[in-house]
Write a protein that binds this ligand. Structure first.
Ligand SMILES: [Zn+2]
Length: 247
């Protein structure tokens, strides 16, 4: 029985008895792992155990008979470093965090390590807890997620004719084709989403660049990435509508 230590974010939580929880966690070095936390909610005379909460970040130890195969590993220790409750000050930031972990859980496989995606998720939750703007924080997260799952779209040239995108008007984005379409190529496609050049520039901006897109383009860029992620997931992110009404 291997005993494994790792950093983790709590993606999903199911209380299945008085004292136990089943958790989906995203770990830094082992990817998404499902765990059973037995007795985690049991209080003793000296210690009150509140359980582990959704969106908590911490350090864990778990045991698994077959590393990288185990369907349900067993949590043996959990040391929280940021409480999910830190996000409850603002509904928009809480929903943004839930949006991010939903997409990460849907688009990754169990036991498939993505350390940079782990860093992206934990940075997203820490920024939101510190009061960052939900939509611009999510655009950075969407870029990171798409890079890590190998589905970042082609934005500098048309995916139909491979010609560079200049400052043409009437641009489109295709999720199936994985990038931007010029006016000449869009008419042959039925799956497409109209975008403008400012949105395209915002989507292409390096996350660490000072010119990461004007404020006006952040929301449209978020929606195009959301459109692409929905196609990849095969369903819309269920947090989207509530997030948009809260923002
Ligand atoms: Zn084209």
């Amino acid at each position: 029985m291997a005993l494994i230590k790792d950093d983790a974010v709590i993606l999903r939580r199911l209380d299945y008895s008085e004292t136990s929880q089943v958790l989906a966690v995203f770990t830094r070095n082992h990817g998404k792992v499902r765990l059973i936390a037995k007795g985690i909610k049991r209080s003793t005379k000296t210690k009150f155990a509140a359980g582990i909460d959704l969106l908590d970040i911490g350090h864990l130890t778990f045991s698994a008979r077959n590393v990288r195969q185990e369907a349900l590993a067993t949590l043996t220790e959990w040391v929280q470093s940021q409480a999910g409750a830190a996000l409850r000050d603002g509904l928009d930031r809480l929903l943004a965090a839930q949006y991010a972990v939903f997409a990460a859980a849907e688009l990754t496989e169990d036991w498939d390590p993505h350390p940079e995606l782990y860093d992206g998720i934990s940075q997203t939750l820490r920024s939101l807890a510190a009061g960052s703007s939900p939509v611009s924080t999510l655009v950075s997260f969407q870029r990171c997620l798409l890079q890590e799952i190998g589905s970042f779209p082609i934005l500098d040239q048309c995916v139909g004719c491979q010609r560079p995108i200049q400052s043409q008007r009437d641009l489109y984005f295709s999720s199936l084709d994985g990038g931007v379409l010029c006016r000449d190529c869009e008419s042959a496609r039925s799956e497409k989403y109209a975008i403008n050049i400012a949105t395209l520039r915002c989507m292409s901006a390096r996350p660490d660049s000072s010119n990461s897109g004007s404020t006006d383009s952040i929301m449209p860029a978020f929606h195009v990435f959301d459109y692409h992620l929905s196609h990849l997931m095969g369903k819309p992110n269920p947090l989207l509508r509530m997030l948009m009404s809260a923002c």
